[in-house]
Design a protein around this ligand. Sequence first.
Ligand code: COA
Length: 259
Amino acid sequence: MYATITTELSEGIFTITINRPDKLNALNKEVITELGAALDEVYSNAAIKSVLLTGAGEKAFVAGADISEFSSLDAQGGAGLARRGQQLVFDKIENCPKPVVAAVNGFALGGGCELAMSCHFRTANEAAKFGQPEVNLGLIPGYGGTQRLTQLIGKGKAMELMMTGDMIGAEEAKGLGLVNHVFPAGELLAATRKILGKIGAKAPVAISQVIACVNDAARCEEAGFEHEIKRFGECFETQDMLEGTAAFLEKRKPAFIGK
Ligand code: COA
């Protein structure tokens, strides 16, 4: 159905694999278009409970935007490329009401690091490498990297990584809070699915409210506390809240329905 990505739905987890391993899964126009379409599926298909995003092959998650598409662009073209990607993919991932986790299986550079950072959190294998090397090309990150890297690891370290273009390994990325868990390569997908399975057993509306509230905080949204109060209140209108509290009092496991 797609040419540059593959998708698979199993036990509510929708795995999206960027599939251009010969180009280290670089994000060209077609990948952005297809990722956008796959994310529309995520929003509209009730059978999809969460998303795992990864890259095909042994070497890379995504080694960046496709540099071969850059040379013909002027200021307007460059801004258009960044805007299109942010709107079609990166913002859609960040604001997705269902959990989206990046399983980083190798290089996550430039747009690849930005793609991982747009996800709600990240796991990685031991070989993963992260970096924003755009300055080596006379560029800056354009898929949200200046904002999200600063949110995730703080101003000083973000400045250094974006000014030097240096790559860091998985353990260092974990120390900085860029990655939550580092797993051996062969275990990355199964271990990440296990985390998504755990989240999948919780009340879906509450999970989507957590995503919205934490996104407010990351954006320094002034009304973040007020939004939390409102969203906390909204949870009381769900059947799952009645089920969750009743199950606790009756000492049984809750059976959530997502309403
Ligand atoms: N855009 C387009 N093509 C890319 C690419 C990108 N961002 N990253 C890798 N590729 C292509 C290479 O051109 C090469 O294609 P070819 O076999 O047709 O020549 C193929 O993927 C394999 O990459 P190669 O450079 O040979 O692998 P390597 O193991 O020697 O190096 C990297 C790996 C990741 C260090 C190197 O590919 C690299 O620096 N990539 C660019 C990273 C970058 O600057 N990203 C930010 C873009 S804004």
